[in-house]
Design a protein around this ligand. Structure first.
Ligand code: R1P
Length: 293
């Protein structure tokens, strides 16, 4: 427990007493949070709210807080990628667990429920575009979590080692890690409408996901190795850019997280959704209904 006050350079607050990147005051955040990558998707969620009490914005981080069927919810955009998840999760945690007046960690900690509604590409032809997929486990190819201590109990070490061995992982890249979803959120949000999958969290969209436009890849067989990986007869289902980092940061800080994916591309068949907006809207409505059940 940190007793001394956290310095202004570490916990950065605006003159209005709001946390720096999210531009939010503690009272403006709900205990249930939906994260979306695209700031434009915030309205796609909050248009279903009964009312909106807070609208805040700074850079790619946009928040609407309101109620949905009486339940207070914040929808927050994270932008793209694991590095932004480090910012968003630390600041969400600070909003509930640090006293901004005296800059100390609160004695009684609050646990948030954080639900990602994102888009993703399927790696298997069995999961077609416009499907919903809930990530039971995330494999992180980013290095955010490696900067933190106390991660031994969070990582699924054997799982990650099998992945490293199978892919003959390039040691110049950061070491892959695996983190499970929060079990109670997984059970609450899964249904016969959702695939349950193993999700790869990439550090980029093109090279790191095996897409070639003009720049050539160092390991042209990486995606083949991903699709041939098996653990307990299960295969990797999809790729995106936030899930594993979210699962790691939320476990590290004592929050619960789940990642809901609208599958809008299929990398196995080369297809892309003809109406991704509709699929994302349907996943938003599905998730909101499940949250209040
Ligand atoms: C890439 O286009 C982005 O889309 C996916 C990836 O995770 C990455 O953030 O999710 P979102 O649509 O939620 O941003």
């Amino acid at each position: 427990m940190q007793l001394e006050s956290i310095k202004s350079s570490e916990l950065i607050l605006t003159p209005e007493g709001k946390i720096y990147h999210l531009n939010l005051a503690p009272s403006e955040l709900a205990p249930t949070i939906i994260t979306v990558g695209d700031p434009g998707r915030v309205e796609m969620v909050s248009k279903y709210f009964d009312s909106i009490e807070v609208k805040a914005e700074h850079r790619e981080f946009k928040t609407h807080t309101g109620t949905y069927q009486g339940k207070r919810i914040s929808v927050v955009s994270t932008g793209i990628g694991p590095d932004n998840i480090d910012i968003v999760f630390n600041e969400l945690d600070a909003l509930v667990n640090i006293d901004f007046e005296n800059r100390t960690i609160k004695k009684k900690l609050t646990s948030l429920d954080i639900i990602r509604i994102g888009t993703s590409g399927s790696l298997t032809d069995e999961i077609e575009v416009d499907s919903f997929l809930i990530s039971a486990i995330g494999i992180g190819l980013d290095n955010v979590m490696h900067y933190y201590n106390d991660i031994d109990t969070i990582f699924e070490r054997d799982f990650a080692q099998k992945f490293i061995d199978h892919t003959q992982w390039n040691p110049d890249n950061s070491v892959p890690y695996a983190v499970k979803a929060d079990k109670s959120l997984l059970d609450k949000l899964a249904s016969e409408k959702t695939f349950k999958g193993i999700t790869i969290t990439n550090v980029g969209f093109y090279g790191p996901q095996g897409r070639v436009l003009r720049a050539r890849l160092r390991d042209e067989k990486l995606n083949e190795k991903l699709t041939s990986f098996r653990i307990d007869k299960k295969k990797i289902t999809n790729m995106e850019m936030e899930t594993a980092t979210m699962y790691g940061m939320s476990k590290l800080l004592g929050h619960s997280a789940i990642s809901m994916n609208a599958i809008i591309a299929n990398r196995a068949t080369g297809s892309f959704s003809k109406n991704s907006y509709k699929t994302i809207d349907e996943l938003i409505r599905y998730t909101l209904e499940k949250i209040v059940q």
